[in-house]
Design a protein around this ligand. Structure first.
Ligand code: AMP
Ligand code: MG
Length: 310
């Protein structure tokens, strides 16, 4: 990782000029722009080929800045105290006088917000006079980026700069909770739902595949490596890449172990980079061993299921 203060200054310079840049977060890399600028934010949609109807997550460095734009409530405060900064995104109601670009929210009056934990991203946010809209740094429906080189692979010269912050420590997108009404989960992600339920003291409605889509992360095809993927495979076909969590005694060249010790967190961290690597090595299809559907394993299975719709 090549990082120093002058890189943060460079990032700030581009953002102040309304460019989009790649930024590191603990979940996945983001494609960031000034959330108060219609002009800057429109570029995010263009670059990602993202439908305008899909709103963006806005990143804040602290709660006081958030309060300028959003209305907060008790559930938010309980969760914020426990989980922020970190991989939890809150959907809140916007204030009438909020400066958030209408392009970010597709004119809706709710806003998805997150407080990132990644040190470099936090340092950058602290130096800016505006929050950053930053969806995942990938072309829509494709794999998210978990290192600076992935962002370059996705966008090449069409973006000015990627702030390199090393490999993402979580490797999956944030969990999204809607707090505008009765709390409900809109996306499984880096924070386990059971931990959120513990703090709120109740079971949460999981609304990740609604008939009427609220989030693009809810679309059936998403997070796709661009080649077919099969789940719960016991025996892979010849020439197929085989992804496993549990280490077996054998390691043929087409076997890819997501974890050294059957650890689901480590598996989540490696998932996207393995999928990208397998595609780049020229495999034509991917088989995945059954992944335990507990804790972060549920988020892994959610992503695999959507990737398998290719
Ligand atoms: P990404 O940053 O690429 O992971 O995508 C952001 C996710 O947050 C998408 O699934 C969005 O639809 C979701 N999102 C953003 N704003 C809202 C909102 N106001 N209500 C519901 N979901 C949202
Ligand atoms: Mg995304």
């Amino acid at each position: 990782m090549k990082f120093n203060q002058s890189n943060i200054k460079k990032a700030k310079k581009y953002l102040n000029k309304n460019y989009c840049i790649g930024v590191p977060t603990e979940t996945v890399y983001g494609l960031a722009a000034n959330a108060y600028s219609n002009y800057a934010v429109k570029k995010i949609f263009r670059l990602k080929k993202r439908p305008k109807s899909n709103p963006l997550i806005v990143h804040y460095s602290n709660i006081n800045d958030l309060k300028k734009d959003c209305l907060i409530n008790n559930n938010f405060l309980k969760l914020y105290k426990k989980f922020s900064p970190g991989p939890l995104t809150y959907v809140l109601n916007l204030k009438k006088n909020s400066k958030i670009s209408k392009v970010v929210t597709n004119k809706d009056n709710s806003l998805a917000v997150r407080f990132p934990k990644h040190k470099i991203f936090k340092q950058l946010l602290n130096k800016l006079d505006y929050p950053l809209a930053a969806p995942s740094a990938n072309i829509s429906t494709r794999l998210s980026s978990v290192q600076a080189s992935d962002v370059n692979e996705e966008f090449g010269n069409s973006i000015k700069y990627v702030l390199d912050g090393g490999k993402c420590s979580i490797g999956l997108e944030s969990t999204i909770i809607d707090l505008t009404n009765k709390p409900r989960i809109l996306r499984l992600g880096g924070l386990e739902v059971s931990k959120i339920e513990k703090i709120l003291g109740k079971k949460l409605k999981i609304n990740i595949n609604p008939k009427k889509k609220i989030s693009p992360g809810q679309s059936q095809l998403h997070y796709s490596p661009g080649i077919p993927l099969r789940m719960n495979v016991i025996k892979p076909k010849k020439n197929e890449a085989y992804i496993l969590v549990k280490k077996k005694k054998i390691s043929p060249s087409n076997y890819f172990y997501l974890s050294k010790k059957n650890n689901l967190k480590e598996a989540a961290k490696n998932l996207y980079s393995f999928l990208r690597k397998i595609k780049n090595e020229g495999y034509k299809s991917i088989a995945v061993e059954k992944v335990q559907n507990i804790g972060i394993g549920q988020s892994i299975n959610d992503r695999l299921k959507r990737a398998s719709k290719f």
